[in-house]
Design a protein around this ligand. Structure first.
Ligand SMILES: [Fe+2]
Length: 236
């Protein structure tokens, strides 16, 4: 059983909820689809947990900002050299058997088998991957990839648009999706750190997935984000 989440965006409180759930369920395979940094402020604590708990993560676009010329971003976040090394060293893609994880859909160039192959360090095989997980848009979605399409189509193409999901965002809910054998899926992970304006609540969402029984579960939990609000001065 894997626990997959994305876009934790430096929020330690949301991460703590997820880690506690993983502990309760005895799940040791924790996979993050990128964007460790930004929006919230607890990046030191979050990076520390990622390292010590061996959470596998790809590099998100926000994590990428620490590399290259964007020195100001590093300074602003007060990242130490080890943290910068960690973030810049994150891979663009991870492959676990028949699961591939990227932050966004493989970028334009990445929609060819060759580039996906490069992103996954040669571990990608169009036939082997059945479950593509990504994050970035912060909303949950499961999409069937029709058979006969060897790679992910262009985002604009309607080909893969057969979503199967409601997004209830009801705290405390567990939505189960039974995936079909011999089918391939693109699963967009929701943000693990998000604000739900209509209900004025902070939510964390993550997914547990068993390839054996093809059961994907979306967990939605409310969390206390007081630390963040205090940080912003909202509570004072
Ligand atoms: Fe994000």
């Amino acid at each position: 059983m894997h626990l997959l989440f994305s876009d934790i965006h430096a929020n330690y409180e949301a991460l703590a909820i997820i880690l506690a759930a993983a502990g309760r369920e005895g799940i040791t395979s924790l996979i993050h689809a990128g964007d460790i940094l930004d929006y919230s402020f607890q990046h030191h604590e979050v990076i520390r947990e990622f390292v010590s708990r061996n959470i596998a993560s790809v590099q998100g676009n926000h994590d990428q900002m620490v590399s290259g010329l964007e020195q100001y971003f590093r300074d602003d976040k007060e990242l130490d050299e080890e943290e910068v090394r960690y973030l810049t060293g994150l891979p663009q893609a991870l492959v676990f058997d028949n699961i591939a994880v990227t932050h966004d859909l493989p970028p334009d160039a990445g929609r060819t088998p060759e580039t996906i192959q490069q992103m996954t360090a040669g571990k990608y095989s169009a036939d082997a991957i059945r479950f593509y997980f990504c994050g970035h848009l912060h909303n949950f979605e499961i999409v069937e990839i029709p058979s006969g399409i060897p790679v992910l189509p262009e985002a604009e193409e309607p080909l893969i648009k057969k979503p199967i999901m409601p997004l209830s965002k009801q705290p405390g809910t567990l939505e189960c999706f039974r995936l079909q054998p011999d089918q391939r899926y693109l699963i967009r992970l929701p943000a693990a750190y998000q604000y739900d304006p209509p209900h004025k609540q902070w939510l964390t969402q993550y997914v547990t997935f068993s390839e054996k029984v093809l059961m994907l579960q979306l967990h939605t939990q409310k969390f206390d984000n007081t630390a963040m609000l205090e940080h912003l001065g909202v509570m004072s």
